[in-house]
Write a protein that binds this ligand. Structure first.
Ligand code: SF4
Length: 294
């Protein structure tokens, strides 16, 4: 911190001086800038000190984001940033813990961690940079690549239907589920702010353009639309499921963007603390009884 720097505000602003190596036109730029704006605005509006935001990244092009924003950050290994995020949040309840992950990173290597964090309703936010391809390793298919996708590892095209991650999250207990698109930046920022302020496990799948290996800009521009207020009852499981299933990766179906589901439930960290406190009380009682008996 320099002498003329306001407390809690990093020198040089929230964009770090690290050299940016994303390809021109990459959707990661939109996510980076909208996360920067979301963090800055929440800090102003909600009085959250900037040092209370923690970003985690996995392995992939997306992971560089945590170097490019000037807040506390941590790199997890491939697919494993979610359990690290849970541990950080468990250790310090004042922190806003935001996990940036890739679709290959979290829907392949890290799917079990994602499912269990959702099941526990851990109070963290997971933002998926879902470009539907492994970009950093030059274009292999991921669990959300479309059927027929021809990548470096599948030159004949893949025969699997893509995973619908929103449906998986709804089924496993996520309490806040949303989808954004990197060409709708203001909408994306609002989704980020809403997810960060949600108390419990919040999940945003972001349709991200990979300009180099899988550019779906024309397709998304034609099919994606923002859900209108009242179009989905976000507190009802069946209503959310119906809206999520509107796009099951069929080529011609419309792609809804927005919040599909949002409910309040007890969070993992508080239940865990209550359990730990109960144990401490029991241990103290045992020590007292044993001490009296001796
Ligand atoms: Fe972005 Fe794709 Fe380039 Fe990776 S390979 S930086 S995802 S455009």
């Amino acid at each position: 911190m320099t002498p003329d720097q306001p407390p809690g505000r990093p020198a040089g602003g929230l964009i770090s001086p690290a050299e940016n190596t994303w390809c021109p036109g990459c959707g990661n730029f939109s996510i980076q800038h909208m996360m920067k704006s979301a963090v800055a605005e929440l800090s102003e509006e909600e009085g959250i000190p900037l040092e209370n935001f923690v970003l985690l990244g996995g392995i992939g092009c997306h992971g560089k984001l945590v170097d490019y924003l000037n807040v506390n950050s941590f790199y997890g290994i491939h697919g494993r940033s979610v359990p690290a995020a849970t541990g950080i949040r468990l250790g310090n309840p004042d922190l806003k813990v935001i996990c940036h992950v890739g679709d290959g990173d979290i829907y392949a290597e890290g799917l079990d961690h994602l499912i269990f964090a959702a099941k526990r309703n851990s109070d963290i936010t997971v933002i998926v940079h879902d470009n539907r391809v492994y970009g950093l390793t030059t274009g292999q298919y991921t669990p959300t690549s479309p059927e027929g996708f021809r990548g470096r590892s599948t030159p004949g095209g893949i025969t699997e239907h893509p995973l619908n991650p929103l449906e998986v999250m709804l089924a496993t207990g996520a309490t806040h589920i949303a989808r954004g698109y990197t060409k709708k930046v203001r909408h994306l920022k609002d989704l980020f702010k809403e997810a960060i302020m949600h108390r419990g496990f919040s999940f945003v799948d972001v349709l991200q353009i990979c300009a180099t290996y899988f550019n779906l800009t024309d397709y998304y521009n034609e099919h994606a639309y923002e859900i209108e207020a009242g179009e989905v009852e976000t507190g009802r499981y069946e209503s959310a499921l119906g809206k999520i299933r509107e796009w099951d990766y069929d080529r011609d179906a419309p792609i809804p963007l927005g919040t599909f589901y949002s409910v309040e439930k007890p969070i993992y960290e508080e239940k865990f603390r209550a359990l730990a406190a109960g144990r401490a009380e029991r241990r103290a009682l045992v020590r007292k009884v044993v001490g009296e008996w001796r």
